[in-house]
Design a protein around this ligand. Structure first.
Ligand code: AMP
Ligand code: ZN
Length: 683
């Protein structure tokens, strides 16, 4: 190897290990020692060196965490040691029984190690010579799915270990989401018209089985480790090995572990965390008690389902009784109706609860909840409290059965329910105020058009004054219409009454904000339109694939589902959207005012062989996809367009080209070339 190559190889190795160290400081120790900027610069340098010298990419390179977008079927892998479940109990007496059973078998003193029971999805990681080899889900306990590429995106899982570790071992743990990350994820999903996840556990399990690991990388996943398995572990007991594993780089929450020499200490641990759990950044559903010593563990052995040396004590979800004052119904941006229980305020798990979701008509029916009932409210793994039952002994005679509303509470339109969907919805999307306002609010939101000079209150004001009915109206607003508008915002339970009035500064800000949004790129505009199920990621994919709105408007369902990641649900929703003339009008009006409906091409010019030539490519080409051919034409100075006109210079005709295009080109005397001729032209 020559000197230069050697230097590059060394540099790649150095930065890789520096970045891995920073990742560890940041994600495991939560103590960054470098600025985000410097970190990004290092990562950028590494990416560049690696792409130029792929032969030197290390298997534990931090760039491997980003994830590729390959679609995969998960490979089934048999566990070296079966992944058992834990016996569990809600009763302290049974914890004492557990201890008695153990003492009877062992006839020795026993030391316990207590841990929190993290609420997520379990994973088994295999390390060989300090490198992460494989990550497998529990599956049926005997074999699970190989989800290594997805797991590599979780930054707190080391790809390469530090220090003095055994040559080969397995370590198991729980993948989970912190409460705030989970809340953010759900807020985003609701924003996109997707159903929110019921709890962090569901969302975690779903995340690690996603097909596209670059999507997994965006999920806020973390991992705590709680078991080591292998022949050459450094210590003869669980606790010391866990502490050692922490030194190797694993995320082990040291402060929530304890060694206990008596069952009374175990009880204290249980009680302390029952109170302390609210303050944790993550959800737990109990405590796991393990016999610490391996020799004792072995002697105790396992049943077919679970080890005899461990038990989980589960916390009961906290539950309180309170009066259900009223059932109200909310209408979302997509028209979905959510019944809400308005409760007599009550303390639950450290917060005051005034409202709980009643989900849908079926659940109200199943629980037979009625207004003025005394209901049980619970806060378990879920973040939003839910109603789990009714105290029938307290039901007054006069209380009548709940009749689910038949009409929209906001606009009076008869509600509908789609087959297979749990929620009713208001079909009056064009005239139902919360739907109209919701769409505009979505349009201006931060990840969409980011018009932060407008907000809920101002939208309301514009709406009641008849100035905006859809997002495109914003761009037609004029100074004189806005100045001096006034409105009293009614007080609600959460907010005080407020008088809103548009003065000069407000108006200029609003207009400037709207003007500035014309620079927002096409993919975000597409997201802003609020097509159901077209979230940020899908919008990006669609924008990258079709490049502009005209191409997208013309596509068929069959074409759409061929696009990476676009399923039938999304395709159907997009088709509905583009088939509605009202939406097309909104798009036209936005376009007219200069909103971006085309991706700006970033083209590296390679030659000017096609300079000034207007080229229509049509039909299936052998060497290029639809997108690639446009790109290539641009790279050589040409201009790709989609329909044949007098100005067209060439029609590049692929296989199965539409007869109309061909006929038109012939009629206009436009030169028709095949792929071979095209390649010749740019050679
Ligand atoms: P269960 O799913 O109720 O049978 O409980 C067993 C599961 O609890 C295990 O498969 C682990 O995924 C999970 N678990 C969470 N925290 C721990 C922990 N600290 N030690 C062992 N298992 C845990
Ligand atoms: Zn309505």
């Amino acid at each position: 190897m020559d000197m230069d190559k050697m230097k590059i190889k060394n540099r790649i190795e150095d930065i890789s290990s520096i970045i891995n160290e920073h990742n560890y400081n940041y994600y495991v120790l939560a103590k960054p020692v470098i600025s985000d900027y410097d970190f990004d610069m290092l990562l950028e340098e590494l990416e560049k060196l690696e792409s130029e010298n792929p032969e030197f990419v290390l298997p534990d390179s931090p760039t491997q965490r980003v994830g590729g977008d390959i679609t995969k079927e998960f490979q089934q892998v048999k566990h070296t040691y079966p992944m058992l479940s834990l016996s569990n109990t809600y009763s302290e007496d049974e914890i004492r029984d557990f201890e008695n059973r153990i003492k009877k078998i062992l006839e020795q003193e026993v030391e316990y190690e207590c841990e929190l029971k993290y609420d997520g999805a379990s994973i088994s990681l295999t390390y060989i010579k300090g490198m992460l080899l494989r990550a497998v889900t529990r599956g049926d306990g005997i074999q699970g799915d190989d989800v290594t590429t997805n797991i590599k995106t979780i930054k707190s899982i080391p790809l390469k270990l530090k220090g003095d570790f055994p040559d080969e071992f397995e370590i198991r743990g729980e993948i989970f989401m912190h409460k705030d990350g989970f809340a953010r994820l759900n807020a985003e999903r609701i924003e996109n018209g997707e159903d929110p996840f019921a709890n962090p556990r569901n969302s975690t399990a779903g995340s690690i089985k996603m097909q596209d690991s670059s999507e997994v990388a965006k999920r806020p996943l973390d991992c705590f480790l709680y078991f080591l398995l292998g022949k050459n572990l450094p210590f003869d007991n669980h606790y010391d090995n866990l502490m050692k594993a922490k030194e190797w780089g694993f995320n082990i929450p040291k402060h929530t572990l304890a060694k206990c020499s008596t069952i009374e200490e175990v009880m204290d641990f249980i009680h302390d965390w029952e109170k302390g759990r609210e303050k944790l950044s993550f959800e737990i559903d109990g405590v796991v008690i393990k016999v610490n010593n391996y020799a004792q563990q072995e002697e105790l052995g396992s049943t077919a389902k679970s080890p005899r040396w461990a038990i989980a004590y589960k916390y009961k979800a906290e539950r309180v009784a309170t009066r259900l004052n009223k059932i109200t119904y909310q209408v979302g941006r997509t028209g979905a109706i959510t019944p809400v229980a308005n409760l007599e305020p009550v303390q639950l798990a450290g917060t005051t609860v005034k409202r709980a979701s009643l989900h849908n008509a079926d659940i109200i029916e199943a629980l037979d909840v009625r207004e003025r009932d005394i209901v049980y409210v619970e806060k378990g793994g879920e973040i939003i409290p839910k109603i789990v039952g009714v105290d029938l002994t307290k039901r007054d005679k006069g209380i009548v059965k709940t009749e689910y509303i038949k009409h929209c509470p906001e606009c009076g339109t008869p509600l509908k329910r789609k087959e297979g969907e749990a929620n009713h919805y208001c079909p009056n999307d064009a005239g139902c105020p919360p739907q109209i306002k919701g769409r505009i609010e979505h349009f201006i939101s931060r990840n969409a058009m980011d018009i932060d000079s407008l907000g809920e209150g101002k939208i309301e004001m514009l709406y009641v004054n008849g100035l905006v009915k859809n997002p495109s109206d914003l761009y037609f607003l004029e100074y004189d219409q806005l100045i001096g508008l006034e409105k009293l915002i009614e007080a609600t339970e959460d907010k005080k009454e407020k008088k809103l009035s548009f003065k000069e500064k407000t108006v200029t800000n609003i207009l400037n904000g709207i003007e500035a949004s014309k620079k927002i790129p096409f993919d975000r505009v597409l997201f802003a339109l609020g097509i159901r199920y077209v979230g940020q990621t899908v919008a990006k994919k669609l924008a990258a694939h079709y490049r502009n709105i005209n191409a997208l408007k013309q596509v068929t369902f069959e074409e759409l589902i061929l696009v990476d990641e676009i399923g039938e649900k999304i395709a159907e929703s997009a088709m509905n959207y583009f088939n509605d003339p009202r939406n097309l009008e909104i798009i036209e009006r936005l376009k007219e005012k200069g909103v971006q409906f085309e991706l700006k091409e970033e083209v590296k010019i390679k030659s000017d062989k096609l300079k000034g030539k207007i080229i229509v490519a049509s039909g299936k080409l052998e060497n290029f996809s639809r997108e690639e051919i446009k790109q290539v034409i641009l790279e050589h100075g040409g201009k790709p367009v989609s329909s044949v006109s007098k100005k067209t210079d060439y029609l590049l005709a692929g296989e199965n080209i539409g007869p109309n295009k061909l006929a038109k080109a012939k009629e206009l005397g436009i030169k028709i070339i095949d792929e071979g001729a095209f390649l010749e032209m740019i050679k």
